[in-house]
Design a protein around this ligand. Structure first.
Ligand SMILES: N[C@@H](CCC(=O)N[C@@H](CS)C(=O)NCC(=O)O)C(=O)O
Length: 220
């Protein structure tokens, strides 16, 4: 039976799970939801995820929500290509990276992204200063890591890379849109500010899964 994948275009958590589905070459039924319609808060959806959030994967009677759990589930179903680490050290590096995204990086970046992309607040540079400093600190950690390996947790693509792509794309989108001079934000051009991350981003964007999982509403 074909798996069903419930998602919202651009959700960074759905995006990483989608990247895992595509990287592993699964066939699945894509059930894209429109957040404006609020179907993810209706009883039918709350029955599969009481948090009313995406992503959710349904595989027959099995229901998995939480993006990390979905990636882990997919890894067990189809171990090749390996995304979650092929030995203890690599698996720890993958989980360490993803924990860093979920606990620190995401928060710092979205304090910049949210007001620029999701509100009409037209934030001033001063409002973003502490989030910018925190984000620069986080990016520098990943820049340093990419100075010693081609990918974030290993010398090959893993779930750590797939989890960083969406948040970085949001930051770049916000930086491009910023009406305050982007010299102020200090993220662009990425190949000057964070050359290793920029080179990594190009490698990731060349993956077939990247194109397949790219948020459709960003193409419009
Ligand atoms: N920890 C969850 C986070 C899921 C999440 O926050 N999803 C957001 C989209 S990025 C969502 O569904 N938001 C809708 C809502 O909460 O109303 C995961 O990893 O899957």
């Amino acid at each position: 039976m074909t798996m069903k994948f419930h998602w919202i275009s651009g959700s960074p958590y759905a995006w990483r799970a989608l990247l895992a589905l595509e990287s592993k070459g699964f066939e699945y039924e894509s059930l894209r939801m429109d957040p404006e319609q609020g179907t993810h808060k209706e009883p039918q959806f709350l029955a599969i995820n009481p948090r009313g959030q995406v992503p959710v994967l349904q595989d027959g009677d099995v229901v998995v929500y939480e993006s990390l759990a979905i990636m882990e589930y997919l890894e067990h179903l189809r171990p090749d290509p390996n995304l979650m680490g092929s030995n203890a050290i690599e698996a720890a590096a993958v989980m360490q990276c993803i924990s860093e995204f979920d606990n620190y990086v995401f928060k710092a970046l979205f304090e910049i992204v949210r007001p620029i992309l999701f509100t009409d607040e037209n934030p001033q540079l001063a409002d973003l200063e502490s989030a910018m400093a925190a984000t620069h600190r986080e990016l520098q950690l990943f820049e340093d890591r990419l100075s010693v390996s081609h990918y974030l947790a290993s010398n090959r693509v893993t779930a750590a890379d797939l989890s960083f792509v969406p948040v970085l794309q949001y930051l770049l989108r916000a930086a491009e849109k910023q009406t305050v001079s982007d010299d102020g934000l200090g993220f662009l051009p990425l190949d000057k500010t964070y050359p290793k991350i920029a080179a990594w981003q190009q490698r990731i964007e060349a993956l077939p899964a990247y194109d397949a999982a790219y948020p459709p509403h960003w193409r419009d």
